[in-house]
Design a protein around this ligand. Structure first.
Ligand code: EPU
Length: 429
């Protein structure tokens, strides 16, 4: 068992570099199953969700070679369909891309139901609707998804009932080598959707319109190998932007695409934070007093739900009452109880948190209840004078590359410590 210990209250200064995007990388890695030649992926984030994904592929017969810490060679010329290990598949959400990838490669799929962070109900009905439209017969039985087709994937029109990142990307994977044309309407427009399309196109796919609400995929016979660099992680970047603002420091966050962070930048500016941009970096400097704002999370280009907990910490430190409305997930406020341990004044009513700013937070022992919640606890700890301890940090390591080392590099007093099991405090109840 490990925990993160922070002696907070010091402003952060300096340069911090962002790694590759988790939610692009985990889709691209599974999409490699479509390709029978070698692929080299650069700017792959060394995080647990990626290493588990690679482990899943490896156990299916795919050859994986780490060329550098952030460069991997994937050779899926040989794959055993339906052989993904249940225990690993259930550890993460993105393993649902295996269904699209197996369907695209073999015309059938057999995969365990995915896991992932707990935000209330996380249905995959839109994935199933899309695969069914392309000719698959999909059955969910005993925690396993079984999909079969008579003659492989057949292009079709799919209108999603909700804007869904996962189903949009899964359908792109399943349709890249389908017979005929697939049109996705009400598609998600996130940068990772565009990144997946760019990757597949680099392998010879014919995908147009990614980044808009309509994506057109002309199926191709087969894909070829390529070398491809994953985009930078906008959520990691946004997390460090808020860390700079919350601690009253000044940080240059590099290896970013500032355009991807426009909604976050806009809100920070509305709060009075100084934000400036270069081609591939953002500089964030704090102000003596943060102003209250209202925020609603939405699909891209709206304010990202994956920045909601981190932003909540900043709202706790702003003057006045802010409203934070969750517009994507049913239930993403489990972390509020943890922030309350630190003296936050937050009331949750359904999908809205009413956040009343406090003079300062106080240090406490808290838990990372999920990935972004964990990032929020780190920001809260950094902004709070005294010793904050964060437990269950395995959630954080699923999505942040070397968060402790990177923050220590900008002056944070932060370390990871191993706790003997019997000494772990129990705050679960
Ligand atoms: N939805 C359905 N049916 C479906 C799929 C989704 O009703 O078949 C609903 C969901 O319940 C939710 C909304 O549609 O209300 C959006 O879900 P989406 O499919 O976009 O989410 P996801 O693909 O499961 C990805 C990210 C999440 C991120 C969301 C929203 C990955 C691996 N995960 O999840 O990232 O919150 O998109 O942007 O890409 C994170 O990185 O911390 C994280 C949770």
């Amino acid at each position: 068992m490990e925990k993160i210990v922070i002696n907070g209250g010091q402003p952060l200064y300096g340069d911090i570099e962002v790694s590759g995007a988790k939610n692009a990388a985990v889709a691209v890695v599974y999409a490699c199953l479509l390709v029978k030649e070698k692929i080299v992926l650069e700017n792959i984030p060394p995080i647990v969700d990626v290493s588990v994904s690679l482990e899943i592929l490896k156990s299916m017969g795919v050859k994986i070679k780490m060329l550098k810490k952030d460069v991997v060679e994937i050779d899926a010329s040989e794959v055993q369909q339906g052989s993904s290990p249940a225990e690993l598949v259930r550890r993460m959400r993105a393993s649902y891309y295996l269904i699209g990838a197996e369907l695209g490669r073999f015309g059938k799929a057999s995969v365990d139901y995915p896991g992932g962070c707990d935000f209330g109900v996380r249905p995959i009905d839109q994935h199933i609707k899309a695969f069914t439209a392309l000719g698959a017969n999909v059955v969910v039985d005993n925690g396993r998804i079984e999909a079969t087709t008579d003659k492989g994937m057949q292009g079709a029109e799919v209108f999603f009932d909700v804007v869904t990142v996962g189903a949009t990307m899964n359908l792109m994977i399943a349709a890249a080598c389908a017979e005929g044309t697939t049109v996705i309407e009400n598609a998600a427009r996130e940068p990772h959707v565009v990144d997946l399309a760019n990757f597949l196109n680099s392998c010879g796919a014919n995908i147009k319109g990614a980044g808009t609400g309509t994506i057109k995929i002309n199926g191709v016979k087969e894909l070829h190998g390529c070398t491809y660099a994953i985009i930078p992680d906008m959520i990691e970047a946004g997390t460090y932007m808020i860390a700079a603002a919350a601690t009253g420091g000044k940080m240059k966050i590099s290896n970013v695409i500032p355009k991807h962070l426009e909604s976050v930048t806009a809100k920070l500016k509305e709060m009075g934070v100084a934000v400036s941009e270069g081609d591939d970096y953002i500089i964030v400097g704090a102000v003596p007093e943060l102003r209250r704002v209202n925020i609603r999370t939405l699909p891209y280009p709206g304010f990202p739900t994956d920045m909601q907990p981190q932003m909540c910490v900043l709202l706790c430190l702003a003057k006045g009452v802010s409203l934070l409305n969750e517009g994507v997930w049913d239930s993403r406020f489990r972390y509020v109880e943890e922030l309350k341990r630190m003296g936050a004044n937050i009331k949750v009513d359904g999908k809205t948190a009413v956040v009343e700013g406090v003079e300062s937070l106080s240090p406490a022992k808290v838990r990372a209840v999920d990935l972004r919640a964990g990032a929020a606890m780190i920001i809260a700890g950094l902004a709070t004078a005294g010793k904050t301890e964060i437990e269950d940090i395995h959630f954080i390591e699923r999505g942040y590359d070397n968060v402790v080392g990177k923050l220590a590099g900008v002056g944070a007093s932060i370390k990871k410590v191993v706790v003997p099991d019997e000494n772990v405090f129990d705050i679960a109840n």
